[in-house]
Design a binder for this molecule. Structure first.
Ligand code: NAD
Length: 335
């Protein structure tokens, strides 16, 4: 069977990681990536062998910088079975007519509204909903991290109510423009935050309320979760549910911070020190007066990458069974 042809529109933090993850799969291939500027990322993409496409008015700039261009973004889209749009939040929306005109399937990221695609996706929680669909949105890093823990708890014990505080990194490590650099910013101040409703685009029946603050760090987000469950259970029952989830990693052994999780990523030899799994602090899992509490850390740059691969597999009907796709993606990526 021929491989599914995948184009990556927008080759930044998420796009370059999706390209590398797709490249590792045996049932799909990267037929091109798009860049708007000839910088070091464009040069490295070319050196990796990804055909580089660009905006019509940027072709000369690319050629002048010594980067051969395979064609325009329209050419790339026309050659693809599916586009993974990884342009900045809000930009992806403008590309919808391009994909519709070309008759290609498209995946957007969490920076776009749910309504743009009509289906929001998390491989653990609703793989089947994306099967055969033309347009899907892979939810944000925070929503992905929340769905991965809420779904299996709901399946096993029933979730009555979730309260979560998200402590968000201010910017990605390579981003020199955003802040704060010396403040804690309640964001949004008006409560609750949008993260709870975003979880409901995937798990509509879950009663969830969220608040969020931005911190002067770039490494990871941290969530404090408090969950009321329908059935009585112990901390060790919860631990054994999490242990069975391939995209949840229980951490301990002297890991007391996000910095040490990133060090673990380096020591594991992960590309770009990526941590594709939710990192739940084992010792934090606590039942108090019948309610569950725990901390988890989310590596914003990489957590959605395996879910993008699974979304491609569901939408192009390569695999009907979500668990099988997750296992295949995990094996190829080394999760
Ligand atoms: P980014 O800024 O790192 O990368 C975006 C890339 O798209 C850049 O290379 C930019 O040059 C390029 N681009 C801009 N306009 C373009 C256009 N018109 N055509 C083609 N390329 C264009 O952004 P990112 O952090 O990778 O975010 C991408 C999406 O993923 C957003 O929706 C974001 O909300 C979502 N997301 C980001 C993170 C994160 O933490 N970085 C996590 C999960 C989801």
């Amino acid at each position: 069977m021929s491989k599914v042809k995948v184009a990556i529109n927008g080759y930044g933090t998420i796009g370059k990681r999706v390209a590398d993850a797709v490249n590792l799969q045996d049932d799909m291939e990267v037929i091109g990536i798009s860049k708007t500027r000839p910088n070091f990322e464009t040069q490295l993409a070319y050196q990796k062998g990804y055909p580089v496409y660009t905006l019509a008015d940027k072709m000369d700039a690319m050629k002048k910088a010594g980067i051969p261009v395979a064609g325009s973004i329209e050419d790339m889209v026309a050659n693809a079975d599916i586009v993974v749009d990884c342009t900045p939040g809000g930009v992806g929306e403008e590309n919808k007519s391009l994909y519709e005109k070309a008759g290609v399937k498209a995946i957007w990221q969490g920076g776009e509204e749910h309504e743009l695609a009509g289906v929001s996706f998390n491989a653990t929680a609703n793989y089947e909903e994306a099967f055969g669909k033309d347009f899907v949105r892979v939810v944000s890093c925070n929503t992905t991290g929340l769905c991965r823990v809420i779904y299996p708890l709901d399946q096993q014990f029933g979730v009555n109510k979730v309260r979560v505080t998200l402590m968000r990194r201010a910017a990605d490590p390579g981003d020199i423009k955003k802040g704060p650099i010396n403040a804690i910013v309640p964001n949004p101040i008006k409560l609750p935050s949008h993260h709870g409703p975003d979880v409901k685009t995937i798990l509509p029946h879950i009663n969830i309320v969220s608040t969020a603050v931005k911190l002067p760090t770039t490494l990871m987000h941290v969530h404090t979760l408090n969950i009321e469950l329908d059935k009585e259970c112990s901390a060790s029952d919860v631990r054994s549910i999490f242990e069975k989830q391939s995209r949840i990693r229980l951490i301990g052994q002297g890991i007391n911070s996000t910095a040490e999780i990133i060090e673990l990523g380096r020591d594991l030899g992960r590309p770009r020190n990526d941590m594709w799994e939710n990192c739940v602090w084992d010792d934090s899992i606590t039942m108090h007066e019948g309610e569950l509490y725990f901390f988890q850390a989310i590596h914003q740059e990489s957590i959605v990458i395996p879910d993008n691969v699974d979304a491609i597999r569901a939408m192009t009907e390569l695999e009907k069974d979500g668990a099988r796709s997750v296992a295949k993606t995990n094996k190829a990526m080394g999760i």
